[in-house]
Design a protein around this ligand. Structure first.
Ligand code: FEH
Ligand code: ZN
Ligand code: ZN
Length: 346
């Protein structure tokens, strides 16, 4: 089968013919139908030797949907031919976090040589992929694979970030979403579908604001010198009860803390490398709380898939054949992907 594999740090991934894996024990073999392309894939591809604990070579792809193709003799809970979504953050499997499906916060994360499928372990940018256990699989219901795959990372990450703020998102509240890309547009939809909060969107691209509008944002504005004033005015003047920063640069964090209401909450999701200085006395809004949500827990993936199955979470995707992965990677680098790029084995 063809697989997009990272074979040397600093080299671009290569499409290579490899043996189709065979499931043993509790393993499940998936025939991959769609795999999302994520900015984290770029971070992995660009990583210098030693920067990540991963052992080469491995197949990329951590946002996967496909059909159950074969079961190991001890596998249970799924049936051959079923369409499933892959829960990608694989932990140690036995610590207190993994035991309840919160592998994204595995207690032994620092000792592992992987972070999950396509992240040090073979992932879904291939014809088939091997899953350690059926516990990592969520039935996709009537969703197409192209709609289901982005839920496993972009959808779950956005959903988990919103879940952590939900207690502040009641009637009359204001939420600002910074960065309306593959994750941000889903966060707008999730906020509109599951909270009463007013949703204001910020991006640097007009087409992203159009995507925010299609996703249900109440208002969108470009990132400019007066954006904080514009957002405050649109949000009723008190400031934002919650900000979700899907970019995470110094500029977006400055905007985020500049528009937060006292007692407001900031979820930093994007890995833009920006930082915050917090001190007392200091310049941050009193009572503000910061979270750094990472991906999400498996129970919440089931909730995201159910929400999408209700029709409330259509994902904007741009489809590429797996053979065009280098073009898709280049387009993502240049910020020229609308919504989420999805690779389909060809
Ligand atoms: C995966 C691995 C490491 C860092 C960040 C990520 C995200 O793409 C998961 O949503
Ligand atoms: Zn990702
Ligand atoms: Zn664990």
């Amino acid at each position: 089968m063809r697989a997009l594999r990272l074979t040397a740090w600093g080299d671009p991934p290569a499409l290579i013919d490899v043996e189709q894996p065979v499931p043993h024990g509790a393993e499940v073999l998936l025939r991959v139908e769609a795999t999302g392309l994520c900015h984290s894939d770029l971070h992995v591809i660009d990583a210098a030797a030693g920067a990540l604990p991963y052992r080469l070579p491995f197949t990329l792809g951590h946002e996967v949907a496909g059909l159950v193709a074969a079961l190991g003799p001890d596998a249970e809970g799924v049936r051959v031919g079923e369409r499933v979504v892959l829960y990608g953050p694989w932990g140690c499997g036995t610590c207190g976090r993994c035991a309840v499906g919160w592998d994204n916060y595995c207690d032994r994360r620092g000792t592992l040589h992987w972070h999950g499928a396509g992240l040090g372990r073979d992932g879904g940018m291939a014809g088939y992929t091997l899953v350690p256990s059926a516990r990592h699989l969520v039935p996709a219901g009537d969703l197409t694979a192209e709609q289901a795959a982005p839920l496993s990372d972009a959808g779950l990450t956005s959903y988990h970030a919103v879940a952590g703020l939900r207690h502040t998102l009641g009637e009359g509240s204001t939420t600002v979403v910074i960065g309306i890309g593959g994750l941000g547009h889903l966060a707008v939809r999730i906020l509109r579908a599951t909270t009463a909060s007013r949703v204001l969107a910020v991006d640097v691209r007009e087409e992203a604001l159009a995507l925010a509008d299609r996703s249900g944002a109440d208002f969108g504005t470009l990132m400019r010198a007066d954006t904080a004033r514009v957002l405050r005015a649109r949000g009723g003047g008190a400031g934002a009860d919650a900000v979700l920063d899907f970019v995470g640069t110094a500029e977006t964090l400055e905007l985020a803390t500049g528009i937060l209401r006292p007692g407001g909450e900031l979820a930093l999701v994007g890995s833009g490398g920006g930082g915050l200085t917090v001190s007392k006395p200091g310049t941050q809004p009193p009572g503000f709380r910061l979270s750094l949500p990472f991906w999400g827990p498996r129970p919440q993936l089931a909730e995201v898939v159910a929400l999408a199955g209700s029709g409330a979470l259509p994902v904007e995707t741009e489809r590429f054949p797996l053979s065009a992965a280098p073009e898709a990677i280049d387009r993502l680098r240049r910020g020229q992907v609308r919504g989420r790029a999805v690779l389909v084995p060809d």
